[in-house]
Each structure stands twice: as C-alpha cells, then as structure tokens.
Design a protein around this ligand. Structure first.
Ligand SMILES: Nc1ncnc2c1ncn2[C@@H]1O[C@H](COP(=O)(O)OP(=O)(O)OP(=O)(O)O)[C@@H](O)[C@H]1O
Ligand code: SF4
Ligand SMILES: [Mg+2]
Length: 327
C-alpha cells in the first residue's frame, strides 16, 4: 500500500504573544488518504484555520510549529525550507481561503490568472488552457464564462470571486487541497453544485481534501472522515457517518444533539451552554470539563486521544461508549 497523501502527527503550533503562549494547535493528528475528504469541524477559535495554515507552511510570527510532523506522501513538510514550500504550494498542494483575494491577483484579468495556472502545470496550447479555464468556471456555476474570463476580480461580487478562487484551485489538480469554509457565504444551490464537483474531482483524480466548516450538513454530505476540534485539540475522529450517528465525545454529542444526523441536514452546529475556555489559560485536565454534562472527578487528569472502538477515537475519560457500540 502507498503512503497516505497526508499524515499529520502530534502537530503543535503555538503563538508566542506578549500575553503568553497561545496553544492554537496542540497535539493534532489525522490522516487523509488519496481521493478522500476529511471534514474538520469545531467552534470558532478551536484551531481549524491554524491547522490548515500549518500544513500549507503559512504560519507567521509570532506563531510557529513547535513539534510534530506533517507527512505529505511520506515527506515531512514541517522540515522544508520556505522556498521548497512555495514550490509545493504552486504545484502539488493548494488552499482555498476564507477570503478569495488571498488567491486572486487584483491587477490581473481572470483569464490571465487561470491560463497561467494551467500552463504552469501542463504542456498544453494556450487555446486548450483557455478551454480548461472556461470549463472550470462553468463547473462552479459561473454563467457566460467567456465574458467572465475577461473581467478583473473587482468586477465580481464576493460570492463570484469565491467561486473563481475555487475554480482556480480545482484547475490546478493538486494532490492535496485544504479548503477553509469556502462555500459558507454562497447560496445553497451553488454550494451543492460546488460540493458535487469537488467530490467528483477527488474520486476521479485522487485529490485528497481537508474541508474546514461549521456546517454539519456539508460534512455529512461531502466527507469520508471527520475530525472534531476543541480548544486546539482533536477530541473525536472517525468515519463521518458513524461519528454523526453515534458520537463518542460529549462535545460532539452536544454539537449534533441526540437526533441522528440524517434528520439534522441543513442545521448548523448547535450552541453548547458555557464559554470556550481561553487558550491562554486552559484548565488542567480536560478542556471541556466546565461545560461537560458527563464530567467526573478524574477529568482533572488530561485525557489522551484513544481508540475506544475500531477506528473510532475520542479524547475523553467517559465517552458515550455503550451507545456508540450499539448497532
Ligand atoms: N497571529 C496570531 N496571534 C495570536 N493568536 C492567534 C493568531 N492567529 C490565531 N491565533 C489564535 O489561535 C486560535 C485558533 O484560531 P483559528 O483561526 O485556527 O480558529 P478557527 O477554528 O479557524 O476559528 P473560526 O471558526 O472562527 O475560523 C485562536 O484562539 C486565535 O486567537
Ligand atoms: S474527559 Fe471528562 S470532562 Fe472531558 S469530555 Fe470526557 S467526561 Fe467530559
Ligand atoms: Mg478559521
């Protein structure tokens, strides 16, 4: 068997601020195989974007990767130089950012940007590259792509710009895409169309994908596996259908409620009572303790991510084990 496209092991990315050390990502591990989609979910501030930026080599001071490894086809990205990472980002890995202007160049026409992207990766004629660009815009639901190709980014609405940024990432045909909530602002029909295209791309080209989102219905429909983050850590990890139907971790349980996932489509994550703890001042032991209905005395001991059922991991001393094990 070949190595997985991406294997993140015990990743820690911390920010060394004047107020103290912010452990934004603290012991995060997961694997994404060829052609698979990992859904990365969790409340605001749980470390999803910093995880994505760490993989892409885009963490800036005062932050840095302090430990762990990011194996891309077996090679540790955390040890590469800035130059080597830039080369990879242009070729084999891509990120779709929350803000499309992180991808688009404001002073270049869309056709120039797209055609250059194709030509940088493949030896095809300019006509062929233009045709590809046109098709890619069509794929993300942009009407009259021929006309649109002649526009500049500022001539598009925010939603259209995001669709162009997605089209460019798909055009690339990278081996790994990290997508950071790119469809949240789009209307439901367009979002559905883009998700279907993304799924097709992964299945046909073998692209591995990390899809960061707050929207469980997106994860349910798109992802193969799910990693749930809380306060910088993965607290639950496993097959998406199993986790959404029978969560192990009390936090995941709270997010999706007790109703099976198929009845929850279209609903955002539920609000859980209580506040997310400050990353500067995490309580000892389990970070979810103050909000957890199952907390017991031993939860002051830090729980490790542990395999409670085959391929079902949770970071908790008292997971919903019997419910999850029941058929
Ligand atoms: N440059 C920085 N300096 C200090 N702290 C930072 C910096 N960038 C991010 N953080 C902290 O890292 C933590 C994780 O942030 P991150 O952006 O990864 O969260 P997120 O899960 O993507 O949230 P959201 O859903 O709101 O996008 C936050 O507490 C944030 O304040
Ligand atoms: S370790 Fe304890 S406090 Fe933390 S989630 Fe599990 S039961 Fe709740
Ligand atoms: Mg984010």
């Amino acid at each position: 068997m070949s190595a997985p496209t991406l294997e993140v092991r015990n990743l820690c990315t911390h920010f060394f601020t004047r107020a103290g050390v912010v452990k934004a990502v603290d012991d995060v591990s997961f694997t994404v195989d060829r052609g698979k989609v990992l859904g990365l979910v969790g409340e605001s501030g749980s470390g999803k974007t910093v995880t994505g930026f760490s993989i892409m080599g885009l963490v800036d001071a005062p932050g840095r990767i302090v430990s762990g490894s990011i194996l891309f086809q077996g090679k540790d990205l955390a040890t590469l130089s800035e130059e080597e990472m830039r080369h990879l980002r242009g070729n084999r890995i891509a990120m779709i950012f929350q803000d499309p202007m992180m991808t688009l160049n404001p002073v270049l026409r869309i056709d120039t940007q797209m055609i250059e992207t194709v030509l940088a990766h493949e030896k095809v004629s300019e006509d062929e590259a233009r045709q590809r660009s046109r098709d890619a815009l069509g794929m993300v639901g942009i009407p009259s792509p021929d006309e649109r190709l002649k526009s500049y980014p500022h001539q598009f609405s925010g939603g259209m710009r995001q669709r162009v940024a997605i089209a460019i990432a798909l055009l690339h045909r990278p081996e790994l895409i990290v997508a950071d909530e790119p469809t949240t602002a789009l209307d439901v029909t367009i979002q559905g169309q883009i998700l279907a295209e993304v799924q097709k791309l992964c299945a046909t080209t073998g692209t591995a994908m990390i899809w960061i989102t707050h929207d469980l219905s997106v994860v349910a429909g798109l992802a193969d596996d799910i990693a749930v983050m809380y306060a910088g850590k993965v607290v639950e990890y496993g097959d998406v259908g199993e986790v959404l139907d029978k969560p192990l971790h009390p936090y995941t349980h709270g997010l999706i409620g007790s109703v099976p996932s198929r009845n929850k489509r279209g609903e955002p994550l539920r609000q859980i009572p209580g506040m997310t703890p400050s990353l500067l001042n995490l309580p000892e032991g389990c970070a979810f303790r103050a909000r957890c209905p199952r907390a017991q005395a031993d939860c002051v001991q830090r729980p490790e991510l542990r395999e409670w059922l085959p391929a079902r991991l949770a970071r908790c001393h008292h997971p919903h084990r019997e419910e999850a094990a029941a058929a």
